[in-house]
Design a protein around this ligand. Structure first.
Ligand SMILES: CC(C)(COP(=O)(O)OP(=O)(O)OC[C@H]1O[C@@H](n2cnc3c(N)ncnc32)[C@H](O)[C@@H]1OP(=O)(O)O)[C@@H](O)C(=O)NCCC(=O)NCCS
Length: 179
């Protein structure tokens, strides 16, 4: 029987440890704050703010089916540095696939934490039998695209001018990696 639990310590570029673990119910307020914070920046993720209240996030964490849904946080020096959510296809037809989204708090970017979060998520995905992992990213988000491309994700498709961000048209790129 595989384990779906994630609890892994990594070291960032400065050799400071950070922990990647499953989100707990009490993380819900911090997770919503993080989404609001990154959403306000407008240029990185589609949501302009969290789409659900804290109570709903807490309920999602509490009732999560660990074979289907993963909610990870990265924690460094007692603070939530970032999060990643991955969902596996719920149909027989697409149970071999998963999609994810991730976001780091601005203060914690560029330290190597995103790489650890995604590494742990891929480990979970393999464990539950996922073979193909996909994500959508703004064509203008060069840091994210470099992270994904460096891990073997390739462009599969593009929705042209899918977004208009701060007055500019932006394509949405779909990327995928076979595990
Ligand atoms: C994109 C994001 C998840 C990357 O996480 P991160 O912890 O900052 O990235 P890491 O430090 O782990 O770096 C991993 C790789 O990403 C790329 N990368 C990270 N920051 C970068 C930057 N500012 N410019 C270019 N490439 C960058 C590099 O390829 C890097 O590998 P390298 O260090 O070997 O060159 C994070 O910056 C973030 O949350 N950004 C805002 C929200 C967002 O864009 N979410 C993704 C939406 S699809």
């Amino acid at each position: 029987m595989h384990s779906t639990t994630i609890h892994q310590t990594y070291h960032d570029r400065r050799q400071i440890p950070y922990l990647v673990r499953d989100a707990r119910v009490e993380d819900a307020p911090e997770l919503i704050n993080l989404l609001n914070r990154v959403g306000q920046e407008e240029i990185y993720i589609a949501d302009e703010k969290a789409q659900i209240p804290v109570e709903q996030e807490a309920a999602i964490i509490r009732h999560r089916n660990p074979e289907v849904q993963l909610i990870l946080v990265a924690e460094q020096e007692g603070a939530i540095a970032g999060s990643l959510e991955m969902v596996r296809g719920v149909l027989k037809k697409n149970a071999h696939t998963a999609i994810f989204g991730m976001a780091l708090h601005p203060e914690f970017r560029g330290r190597g934490i995103g790489r650890g979060l995604l590494g742990s998520a891929e480990q979970w995905a393999r464990g539950v039998g996922v073979q193909k992992v996909s994500l959508a990213v703004f064509a203008s988000n060069h840091a994210a695209i470099r992270l994904y491309a460096g891990l073997g994700y390739e462009e599969e498709g593009r929705r042209y001018r899918q977004y208009r961000i701060l007055g500019e048209w932006v394509d949405e790129i779909w990327m995928a990696r076979w595990l």
